[in-house]
Ligand binder design. Structure first.
Ligand code: SF4
Ligand code: SF4
Length: 168
């Protein structure tokens, strides 16, 4: 949860709900297990929140041109942030569902962004086992031709990219 000069999170708490993995103080947050500090009124330790929370800014927060209001993560059910392939410097968009599944309208918007800006897109797919979110990772990749090297890099980092972390 953060603020930028253009936008603030408002009552979105999608990145506190466990859809991105993180260690919050000494507690693991993961799909199916929200941060223990999130309440109906927001973060109950906002002034002392960890670095990982202070630094996290989803693309909706920092890129209003590409992410309209309805794409706010709690509305679009998608938390997007940026990845850079250190070998090529190519930017990619990583998206984790803020829920069981990305809605079709959200997927269509993200694919359009990928096409318009020739930027690779990586969409995590939730897997359930015995009614619970699985630890397994499944990803759908989408993007322009000639980006195989970027996807190869991303494939090696799939687990790491599930975590809340610094963005571009
Ligand atoms: S997902 Fe984005 S808009 Fe929502 S609380 Fe986190 S940083 Fe703010
Ligand atoms: S500590 Fe606060 S800001 Fe960080 S994930 Fe938990 S509720 Fe969100």
């Amino acid at each position: 949860m953060s603020d930028t000069p253009q936008r603030s999170c408002g009552d979105c708490t999608a990145c506190c709900q466990g859809w991105l993995r993180a260690k919050i103080f000494d507690t693991d947050m993961y799909p199916g297990r929200a941060c223990p500090h999130i309440t109906d009124q927001g973060c109950n330790c906002y002034d002392e929140r960890p670095e990982v929370c202070r630094n996290f800014r989803c693309l909706w927060l920092i890129n209003p041109e590409a992410f309209p209001d309805w794409m706010r993560p709690d509305r679009s059910k998608a938390i997007a942030n940026g990845i850079i392939d250190p070998n090529s410097g190519v930017h990619a968009i990583k998206v984790v569902p803020a829920g069981s599944k990305l809605p079709t309208r959200t997927v269509n918007h993200l694919k359009q962004l990928s096409t318009n800006h020739k930027i690779p897109l990586l969409m995590y797919v939730r897997i359930k086992e015995n009614g619970k979110f699985s630890d397994k990772v499944s990803v759908e990749a989408y993007g322009p031709p000639g980006m195989q090297h970027v996807f190869d890099y991303i494939r090696q980092q799939l687990r790491q990219f599930e975590y809340m972390g610094p963005t571009e």
